[in-house]
Design a protein around this ligand. Structure first.
Ligand SMILES: [Zn+2]
Length: 229
């Protein structure tokens, strides 16, 4: 099984021995460096380098990190608002992804339209911790973008999201924990761990009327393909 998005650098301890691939996401210059370090000492860990919209870090410092071994994507990056500063920062990440022909990992808080406007038709995109509606999902799927679900999918109130998750084509489906954040039920409010990705996989299996083994096989393949590992 894979965890397509988490922050191992924010966990005091972690056990990822059962996971095939773990994508450790940077959210600042410092945490991107730590992601690279963890990837260099764990065979199943790969790193992404990016700056979260809330960070004020110097984007130019990211450029030096892209060429490190096991850096497989740009991000996480994205939008918490339509603030021009955030839009400009996302555009810079996209330019870097294009330059190095890497996927981009997107954080999106209610900014569907602006995400589409800025990313255009860039083909290598992962929408991390997807929480948007069916209309936006279809726009993403039409562009061949990968849709990743985390613990929010298991929350009692996430009926609409589960309806959306039913409809993602197999070849664009991903699973993640975003640990240490966003623990799934029944661990809400506790520190999340990559191994909890199994809970998300089981929920997807239930929703999509298939087995957890099938979800595992599908998401393993998709993770490998998107991040070219
Ligand atoms: Zn994250």
């Amino acid at each position: 099984m894979v965890d397509a998005h988490c922050h191992l650098q924010d966990l005091e301890t972690f056990d990822i021995s059962e996971l095939k691939y773990v994508i450790c996401a940077g959210a600042s210059v410092d945490s991107s460096k730590k992601a690279i370090e963890i990837a260099s000492s764990h065979q199943n860990v790969f790193a992404t380098v990016g700056i979260h919209p809330e960070s004020n870090d110097d984007f130019n410092k990211l450029r030096n990190l892209v060429k490190f071994p096991k850096v497989v994507a740009i991000g996480e990056c994205g939008l918490d608002s339509d603030n021009p500063r955030e839009c400009e920062l996302l555009q810079k990440h996209l330019d870097l992804a294009k330059e190095f022909d890497l996927p981009i990992v997107i954080h999106n808080r209610n900014q569907d339209k602006n995400i589409l406007k800025i990313l255009g038709n860039y083909p290598k995109v992962m929408l991390h911790c997807f929480t948007s509606n069916e209309e936006f999902m279809k726009e993403c799927v039409n562009r061949g973008w990968y849709i990743s679900f985390g613990g929010i999918l298991t929350f009692k109130k996430s009926h609409a999201l589960r309806e959306v998750a039913k409809q993602i084509p197999d070849n664009l489906l991903l699973i993640e924990t975003d640990s240490p954040y966003l623990s799934p039920e029944p661990f809400r409010g506790k520190i999340n761990q990559p191994k909890n990705v199994k809970i998300v996989a089981q929920m997807l299996a239930n929703i999509r009327n298939t087995s957890i083994d099938q979800i595992e096989e599908t998401t393993d393949k998709n993770c490998k393909r998107l991040f070219n590992i």
